[in-house]
Design a protein around this ligand. Structure first.
Ligand SMILES: Cc1cc2nc3c(=O)[nH]c(=O)nc-3n(C[C@H](O)[C@H](O)[C@H](O)COP(=O)(O)OP(=O)(O)OC[C@H]3O[C@@H](n4cnc5c(N)ncnc54)[C@H](O)[C@@H]3O)c2cc1C
Length: 302
């Protein structure tokens, strides 16, 4: 059979699109590798009406809703999308479809500091809008070294949630102006490079410097490098922007006819609720695109 839409990726962007298209009585299948970006976190925040839910709980209800309206869901990795469209799954299945939505998210490449990966999503965070409120008034570290603009901004920003913020530059050469601005915000600056994070009973308790000093901290913010999972889009020939990210218009349309992108794969700052909204918007545009094909076919048949 030929599907109306294959949705690749089952995070909030993909699930929201699949549900909307199924409700519009389209034949839709969602293929998901099952590795959502926020899986390491215990709770979701900033998603209206779902505050405090676990990431898995949120996706489980999304999957139930999509299935309820008739979407199919397959667990697999998509390895290739060919023109037309033919979608190849790692499981060996090949799907044919009139349109494709890629909602594969992004990867957070973490700074290579011992302890960061182990505590990612609990004692090591990147987004104060997601988890800042939960760590308010605690002794907070912001560790630089990677993603310079993000971490320098973060050092100033996170001061909103705590009076006790230390910025470990960790190799970043701050300009005089940046030092003045951070100092004015009462952010302490430590220029000695970081050796590792220290934990006590599995909970982050400090930042150890290369000279052996341990600065007690209970939370560490870092600046990952955000890498889009856009290999499928790039391989089929989608145009990229100057910053290297795949170009998509506000409805998620890429430069390839019939191919959409939504969520973090084309929009790195998008949070859960924005990604869900982007999936919904793309789905409506996909439905209008399919409608036009349906009308042309019907006219031809006359
Ligand atoms: C630790 C952490 C905590 C966060 N907490 C919050 C929070 O509290 N509130 C908030 O608003 N935001 C939070 N975020 C951000 C949130 O995770 C993203 O905004 C959201 O996940 C983006 O949704 P998405 O659908 O674009 O991608 P994702 O949720 O990452 O979903 C993409 C899906 O596509 C699948 N996939 C990838 N490639 C393929 C392929 N080739 N074939 C098939 N499937 C594929 C993946 O396995 C994954 O299941 C957090 C992020 C992190 C890192």
């Amino acid at each position: 059979m030929t599907y109306d839409t294959v949705v690749i990726g089952g995070g909030p962007a993909g699930l929201s699109a699949a549900t909307l298209l199924a409700r519009a009585r389209r034949q839709v299948v969602l293929v998901d590798a099952g590795n959502p970006r926020n899986a390491p976190a215990d709770h979701v925040h900033g998603f209206l009406s779902r505050d405090g839910a676990s990431p898995h709980e949120l996706l489980d209800s999304g999957r139930r809703e999509a299935l309820h309206y008739g979407a199919e869901i397959l667990q697999s990795n998509v390895t290739r999308v060919d023109d037309g469209f033919t979608v190849h799954l790692e499981s060996g299945t090949v799907l044919n479809s009139r349109s494709v939505l890629v909602a594969t998210g992004l990867r957070d490449e973490l700074p290579d500091i011992p302890g960061v990966r182990e505590h990612w999503g609990s004692g090591v965070l990147h987004c104060p809008y997601c988890h800042g409120h939960e760590v308010r008034d605690q002794p907070i570290a912001v560790v630089g070294g990677s993603n310079r603009p993000f971490t320098v901004h973060q050092a100033s920003l996170i001061r909103q949630w705590s009076r006790d913020v230390v910025f470990f530059t960790n190799g970043i050469e701050l300009t005089d102006n940046e030092r003045i601005r951070l100092d004015a915000r009462s952010v302490a600056i430590v220029d000695v490079p970081v050796a590792r994070l220290v934990a006590n009973g599995g909970v982050v308790s400090g930042v150890e410097l290369v000279d052996g000093t341990v600065v007690p901290r209970s939370v560490v913010f870092v600046g990952p490098t955000f890498v889009p999972n856009d290999e499928l889009l790039v391989r089929i020939g989608c145009t990229r922007l100057e910053n290297g990210w795949v170009a998509a218009d506000p409805t998620g349309r890429t430069s390839m006819d019939g191919l959409w992108a939504a969520g973090n794969v084309s929009d790195s700052p998008a949070q859960l609720i924005n990604s869900a909204a982007a999936g919904s918007r793309a789905a409506i545009d996909i439905n209008h695109y399919l409608l036009e094909l349906d009308v042309i076919e019907a006219v031809g048949a006359r």
